[in-house]
Design a protein around this ligand. Sequence first.
Ligand code: SF4
Length: 365
Amino acid sequence: MTDEAALLHSLRGRVANIIRRAPEAQDASRWHPLHLAGRDLRLALPITFTPYASARPCSARCAFCSENLRPTRTLTPAALLRPEPDYFAGLARALRALRGVPLSWSLSGLENSDDSAWLLQLLSVLQAAEQNGIPVQERVLYSNGSGFALVPGPVLLDALQRFGLSWVELSRHHHQGAANQAIMRFRPGQPITRQPCFEQVVQQLAARLPLRLVCLLQQGGIASPDGVADYLAWAAHCGAGTVIFREFSRLDRDYRDNGTARYLASARVPMAPLLRACLDDPRLGPRWQLCSLTEGYYFQNLRVRTPEGLEVVFEWSDYGAMHERHASGEVYKLVYFANGQLCAGWDPGHDVLLDTRIPEGAPHG
Ligand code: SF4
């Protein structure tokens, strides 16, 4: 048994709740049938829809950024596509085709808040889709916080609150500004780089929305129980309700050997030994309530609660498992790209479910 399998085995006996997100093939209540562009599909529930944000290059340049990984089959990377003037018309068409499908909005890709006009229009198109018959369960924004530190920040915050955002996942990979900047490498002139500015943004967001701070474990960042303890103390001081520690996603052989893939290999902090060390550390694990273990379709996480009320999540994922699911013919993920394609995965040009550049009624190739 691997170290991770042994840890999982022991955790299964200790947590209050085990959540299985991936549906059983025979459980009809967990699949939604959909006829789309001449094909009959089955969508795994719950399912998230991502309007992939790529209106402009990201304000940060994280060395581990998965948007810079290059699967060998990739035609044009999503991160390099920019929306055409008819982008929102195409998005509205894709959403009409999904009417009646229970979805959650997962607002990710590059940095959503870097182009406030784009994000505001996106929110209004998604709201219109909800009014037109898409039952939405959760609305989640993933952000590095940059746009909230700029002049339109308060307008964005108002709009997100009106939108009914369930929570925001805010990335910060070290609790000290200089160490974080060495990891995230915000572009020159981004106020969010400065630690006092980031902490102010955290407080403003946390006052209005549930806030989860996200920290990717890595060498040079948080890599030990000491680092975890320090990060948690800082997060609680800033007003976060949840902290998520993630291991870099594990890659299969479908990726090119580029700088990002090499960084992931060299700076990776494996979750199992770190989590085991945290669980054994008298400042941490023995004080925690072990709440739940989630087994997703390509990720797993352990959710705990500290006596001070902070929720802490340890999460790890495997892109090989994700690719296997996506190749199964069933639909586990919906992504709408800047090129007008609705796809069942993260690669524009592959697993295309609907191409909104093709006129309605015309055959899909
Ligand atoms: S903030 Fe997110 S999208 Fe931007 S470089 Fe970092 S990981 Fe990539």
